[in-house]
Design a protein around this ligand. Structure first.
Ligand SMILES: [Zn+2]
Length: 297
């Protein structure tokens, strides 16, 4: 009886949390978020708040940003940019479609910015998606969708330098874009490269481990040792950091493929601890390894 009541209470609470709490919690979280401005090089800056790192190029032509975090933060992001320049945001590049990089799209679109993304990212933002971690991302209104898309590469000339927007292959999703400021020698990698351990790979939306490893080598050959990398999440980095991260993925993939060849079940694969030394042995790591393991047949 007690057990039954407990479980009823728990499911009622869970339902309540699902219906009511997220918006409240999110609102409180975003109230507390501060936007930090970090100079990168020349006229390029990085903004950190909540969600993906924002790249900013300021200059005579206007303001170009890469990614725009969460909609409740648009005002704070705009204020941080206004402290750097009086020019409005002309272009918003989306490194990919995930909400923590694109949720301010509708606000910036309404304010007149042109949103730019890889073809598949626009397609995914047109309809509701379920991410590989189970998170549901609702479709955006037309005003929040990219007006300009590309397939594998295009070049802008903006604020005195060529700005290359490239897709180095499917990896994190099937619509990733990296934005390379040629003159400043600064690249924003989106979530193809992050600084939090095993990277989220969205297998539901075209992401895959092999693709990420290949794309990272393509990226490494695009840049040099003097390049400053703005990663999707985390601190400014170098080409060596990117190669270390790629090496981690290669080792973990090797362990997974060895288990697959041996015909191990998921539980047996997990027991071999394929990510030892790279990621803590917790539920998140187990989920990551399971999703990656299931990529191989
Ligand atoms: Zn992402």
């Amino acid at each position: 009886m007690i057990q039954k009541n407990n479980s009823n209470n728990r499911s009622n609470l869970a339902l309540l949390a699902f219906l009511v709490l997220p918006s409240l919690l999110i609102a409180q979280d975003f109230d507390a978020v501060q936007i930090t401005t970090i100079p990168v090089r020349d006229n390029i800056y990085m903004l950190q708040g909540s969600g993906g790192n924002i790249g900013v190029s300021i200059g005579a032509d206007g303001t170009l940003i890469i990614d725009d975090q969460f909609a409740p933060l648009t005002g704070k992001i705009t204020a941080a940019i206004a402290a750097l320049t009086d020019k409005p945001v002309t272009f918003v590049f989306n490194s990919h479609f995930h909400y923590d990089h694109t949720d301010s799209n509708e606000n910036f679109g309404r304010a007149g910015a042109y949103i730019v993304a890889q073809d598949n990212s626009r397609k995914r933002m047109e309809t509701t998606q379920v991410l590989a971690n189970g998170r549901v991302q609702e479709a955006y209104d037309e005003v929040g969708l990219p007006k300009i898309t590309f397939f594998d590469a295009m070049r802008f000339y903006f604020n005195g330098e060529p700005v290359d927007v490239v897709n180095t292959g499917s990896g994190h999703t099937d619509g990733d874009a990296q934005i390379y400021f040629r003159e400043a020698n600064v690249i924003h990698t989106g979530d193809m490269f992050v600084r939090y351990g095993l990277p989220f790979i969205d297998q539901n939306n075209g992401g895959n481990l092999d693709g990420m490893i290949d794309a990272l080598m393509n990226l490494a050959s695009l840049i040099d040792d003097d390049t400053i990398i703005i990663p999707g999440h985390g601190q400014l980095s170098t080409r060596n950091d990117l190669l270390d991260y790629r090496a981690m993925l290669v080792v973990v993939r090797g362990n997974l493929v060895r288990s697959k060849v041996q015909g191990l079940s998921v539980a047996e694969m997990l027991a071999t601890e394929p990510a030892t030394g790279y990621a803590p042995a917790n539920a998140g790591t187990a989920d990551w390894l399971t999703r990656a393991y299931n990529e191989y047949r």
